[in-house]
Design a protein around this ligand. Sequence first.
Ligand code: DVN
Length: 276
Amino acid sequence: MESRPPPKRRTKRCLVLTVAAVLLLIVVLGVALGVALKRNSEPFKKTFIDRYSAELSMIFQIHCGKIWTAFEQAYVRKDPCKVPMEAYDPLMAAAPFKPACNRMMFWSKTKEVVHDFTAKKDCFLTLEDTLLGSVLDGLTWCGKEGSSDTFTAGCPGWTDCDNNTVRSFWNRVSAAFADAACGDATVMLNGSLATPFSPYSIFGSIEVKNFNSQRMKSLNVVLITQEKNVSNCSNASFKDLQKELDGGIKYNCKEVSEAQLQWCSSSPETPCGSCW
Ligand code: DVN
């Protein structure tokens, strides 16, 4: 017959088993309570989210309505070639740019490469990455005298007249975006051009003129170079750029190959700062 363990050891084993049973019971009860509570809290959570988002979307609808009205009044019922950039002042008052210090990215003749970069690396923001810029980028619109409609065809082209509806919009929002520039700003320019900085471009004729040294500390030029490169950071046009800059804004220039930029864009773990 099997020998029985001494009384002392039997008591100890009994104690351990009792404690384990009690612990198991607490865990089972805890899980059951958690599930019950969760299940009970579900309907309340859904009510909360439904009501909150309904309220939000109503606020957004009212806000968007105001922005639309401010936008439309710039050109509706007007000759599409007689819309100066100031016509969009009420829009800028209704939808001012939030400054994104040290992240604002300007560009000229590099639209594709800059937006490929900012789409993959979220450390910089171009005008077209802002809400207003992204809504209207690539669109055409205009009004005409005697009509309250917005037309998207038959509108004057970019070079058809100076005060055309779309070009005046981009001029006005570019001025506002540059005015909001703060901290270190960056501009991506095209190294395959003989004059990467043109005083006649929007960047040269509007944005540089709106940089304010009260808010903006420096302008970092990133010159995108190709194999058959044409210009580098000692290009004469950059002397003009430096002359145009508001006194007190520091200037520097770095040459970066498009290949290096593409490599950097496609490696999310590479910090933006080491892309050039
Ligand atoms: O800093 C950027 C950005 O903030 C923007 O608002 O202004 C700066 C870029 O303007 P930019 O310096 O004049 O640079 P680009 O490359 O000469 O022209 C920018 C855009 O204006 C072009 O990409 C065109 O837009 P699109 O058609 O590609 O959507 C447009 N643009 C300029 N000249 C044009 C023209 N579109 C048609 N005909 C032209 N002659």
